[in-house]
Design a protein around this ligand. Structure first.
Ligand code: HEC
Length: 103
């Protein structure tokens, strides 16, 4: 009996964790579509305003976004991105990094 209860508890916890992870991914996609896609394109390949974000690894993406946030990275149009990055939390950037790496 005790074992069954522990099993049920472990299973529910595992299910919760999966649901939370799925939520984070959905949030990152929604965030990207709302705040980034207009300039970078839905699939991250637009280059009219900037270099494409498609193709960046999660690590590169995070480095660049943290650089914009800290105002230590960027090209001639970095003011736009410094504003975008300043509005994001570190957790937002982490979620976006995972999302962008899969574009
Ligand atoms: C108003 C248009 C605009 C929006 C909105 C925007 N960006 Fe940008 N992004 C740019 C421009 C312009 C650059 C190039 C800036 C520079 O000169 O450094 C850029 C550069 C970048 C780069 C660096 C590319 C590289 O390889 O150097 C990343 C990463 C990036 N943006 C991610 C994002 C994310 C994530 C969002 C949404 C939170 C976002 N951008 C929203 C216009 C935009």
């Amino acid at each position: 009996m005790k074992l069954t209860l522990s099993l049920i508890l472990a299973l529910s916890l595992a299910l919760c964790a999966t649901a939370l992870a799925a939520d984070a991914a959905t949030d990152a996609a929604a965030l990207y579509n709302a705040k980034c896609a207009s300039c970078h394109g839905k699939d991250g390949s637009k280059t009219i305003l900037s270099k494409p974000v498609k193709g960046l690894s999660a690590e590169d993406f995070t480095k660049k976004m943290m650089g914009y946030k800290a105002k230590t990275y960027g090209g001639t149009k970095k003011a736009t991105m410094e504003k975008s990055a300043a509005a994001l939390s570190d957790a937002d950037i982490k979620g976006l990094a995972a999302f962008v790496a899969k574009l």
